[in-house]
Design a protein. Structure first.
Length: 207
């Protein structure tokens, strides 16, 4: 493969834009934080801010490369949000990472005397606001923090921001399906994306 061909492949969008749009990955909230201005594409007539899908796509790709460098058992995914439960648990089943869905018990990252104490090397939170306890403890533990961030989120303490609808059931399923697929590709466990044996629906929280 030529260098030009490699570059072209790297820049190819991970899924068709319509797939992102149908899942609502781009749909933000009616609030916009100053931190998130650079990720916002436009504001709709109904007042909803819309995220830039191209930036989301690039950030998912970059995150897959980053997380692939860590031992999977030292990667922790956290979601207090109900719609994040299935995506992070399915991702962890496939990738071998750790996950905490629902209530994050204080001391999980900071109190070695607790039975549930764990020592990850990096943490991924569905929503820095909803997962504030996990973020606080990750900061205290000196861990890099990855956050899925919506238009209303603050980026305080977020080291790596992935702009995305972090409240939508289908949006979260698609993001974590893409992340798992790209990591498998980077890790050489599949030769091309068509070999990924899972569907987006496998990552979607049931109602």
């Amino acid at each position: 493969m030529t260098d030009d061909a490699e570059t072209e492949d790297e820049e190819e969008i991970l899924v068709p834009e319509d797939t992102y749009l149908t899942a609502g990955v781009h749909i933000g909230t009616q609030q916009k934080s100053k931190d998130m201005e650079r990720f916002i594409h436009k504001v709709r007539n109904d007042g909803l801010f819309v995220l830039d899908i191209d930036q989301t796509d690039g950030k998912v790709r970059s995150l897959a490369k980053l997380l692939s460098r860590y031992p999977p058992e030292r990667v922790l995914l956290v979601s207090a949000r109900q719609y994040g439960k299935r995506p992070i648990e399915k991702f962890s089943d496939i990738m071998g990472t750790a996950s905490i869905a629902g209530r994050f018990i204080p001391g999980t990252l900071t109190n070695p005397s607790l039975d549930h104490f764990i020592e990850p090397e990096v943490i991924v939170v569905i929503d820095p606001s909803a997962d504030r306890q996990a973020v606080k403890e990750a900061v205290n533990a000196g861990l890099p923090i990855v956050g899925l961030v919506d238009t209303n989120n603050s980026l305080k303490n977020v080291d790596i921001a992935v702009p995305s609808n972090n409240k939508g059931r289908k949006a979260l399923a698609l993001v974590f399906w893409l992340l798992a697929r790209e990591m498998k590709l980077f890790q050489g466990e599949i030769d091309n994306r068509d070999e990924f044996d899972y569907e987006v629906d496998d990552f979607e929280q049931t109602l």
